[in-house]
Ligand binder design. Structure first.
Ligand SMILES: *Cc1c(COP(=O)(O)O)cnc(C)c1O
Length: 391
């Protein structure tokens, strides 16, 4: 019998020896370590990780092993997921709406940082969590553009209301801070700057000195075109903070989800069928790990590997790509560029799929289960070789 190999060199190496009928998600820990490094070297403050982007145990373990100790959590389940890999992790509960039972759970788990955007939720919090040493960040929303979609539609208070909330937080004896989220997959550094200048104005007018300013997640990952750069965003955050707050700035915190974890995973559904019209059916779709494709910009970082593990070539053309369920909504939003020579049984690799992929997959129609396979390298060079130069 062959030895069971648990870490493979690459997706091609894996597909040379395995032809699973279920979608596979390849995880390269070294890529996750590199993303964490980029944040820790470049971001001018404390780096935490937003667990919801990908709560896989291996992700949390690798981040903790590489020195990360702060996490943004949004529910008791996420609190437990982090505690299971790191007893003394620092948890920021930045979902601004919580039930009483959730607050009691968080308090008992030692959570000492929360966000709020309403007086009713602040009062509820103050009834359950004693103020000593506990930070409350008031969440600001502004009509700012630049992101793939607007997070202010659900959470955040207007500047006027933030001022009143901050004063109340300080009155109640909590440590006052502020937070915002510019919206996910945000490529415009100016979005962060608008928020930082506004936060300074709000705190000044409220007569409150901010302990910290949490600049959210929202940092972009690579889905199409040139790789978005984080350094200009970090520079914009650094310079806006200096300009706005002068010599006594609040400590900065960030809580990336997407940009921390996206690049470390390559999703590989398999071609189940190619129809008479040339349309493609995959064994994963928009009810599975490709859930985000209709709401965020398309992912065009696609490589096809044949059942021997070798890249499939040929000229490229756009095709309809369907998922496996019987719902007609289960289709990729734009026609997808795929090589001419694809065949049933090939594996379609989507790079940069670590965030909001199988963490949001449903089990609809009996699909949606993805197997994670650890690899040393995701082979981004195959993409450079096979990607077409133009549409
Ligand atoms: C979702 C979320 C994040 C992470 O956002 P990304 O766009 O994935 O970086 C960070 N903070 C809060 C409060 C969130 O809700």
């Amino acid at each position: 019998m062959q030895l069971n190999k648990s870490i493979w060199a690459s997706p091609s190496d894996y597909f040379r020896q395995n032809q699973p009928d279920r979608p596979v998600c390849f995880f390269a820990p070294k890529v996750l370590h590199a993303s964490l490094d980029e944040f820790q070297q470049g971001f001018p403050g404390l780096v935490t990780y937003a667990v919801k982007a990908n709560p896989l145990r291996e992700v949390l373990e690798n981040l903790v092993a590489a020195g990360l100790s702060g996490f943004d959590v949004a529910s008791p389940v996420e609190i437990s997921q982090v505690r299971a890999v790191c007893q003394n992790a620092v948890l920021h509960y930045n979902n601004p709406v919580r039930s009483r039972a959730e607050l009691e759970f968080a308090r008992d788990a030692g959570v000492a940082s929360y966000s709020v955007d309403s007086f009713t939720e602040l009062a509820k919090l103050a009834e359950i969590v004693p103020p000593n040493g506990v930070e409350i960040s008031v969440r600001l929303k502004l009509p700012v553009t630049g992101a793939a979609y607007d997070f202010g539609a659900k959470f955040g208070a207007t500047p006027e209301k933030c001022g009143a909330l901050l004063a109340k937080v300080a009155d109640l004896g909590f440590t006052p801070s502020m937070t915002f989220h510019p919206g996910t997959q945000c490529k415009d550094p100016a979005a962060w700057q608008s928020y930082i200048f506004a936060a300074d104005q709000i705190a000044r007018r409220a007569g409150v000195t901010l302990s910290r300013l949490n600049v959210g997640g929202g940092f972009p990952s690579h889905r199409q075109g040139a790789q978005p750069e984080l350094a200009p965003i970090f520079d914009a955050i650094r310079s806006a903070t200096r300009t706005a707050f002068g010599t006594k700035p609040p400590d900065l915190v960030c809580e990336p989800g997407r940009a921390m974890v996206a690049e470390a995973f390559t999703l590989a559904p398999r071609i189940k069928a190619i129809t008479d019209e040339g349309d493609v059916f995959l064994n994963d779709g928009t009810y599975g790990a490709l859930a985000e494709l209709p709401t965020i910009e398309p992912n065009e970082r696609i490589v096809v590997l044949g059942s021997s593990g070798a890249p499939v070539g040929g000229r490229h053309k756009r095709r309809m790509v369907f998922g496996p369920t019987c719902d007609s909504l289960d289709v990729l939003p734009e026609k997808t560029l795929l090589p001419d020579d694809i065949a049933e049984g090939d594996h379609v690799l989507f790079h940069g799929m670590g965030a909001y992929s199988y963490s949001v997959a449903t089990g609809f129609n009996g699909y949606g289960q993805v197997q994670t396979v650890t690899v040393q390298d995701l082979e981004p060079h195959l993409l450079a070789r096979t990607a077409p130069q133009s549409r």
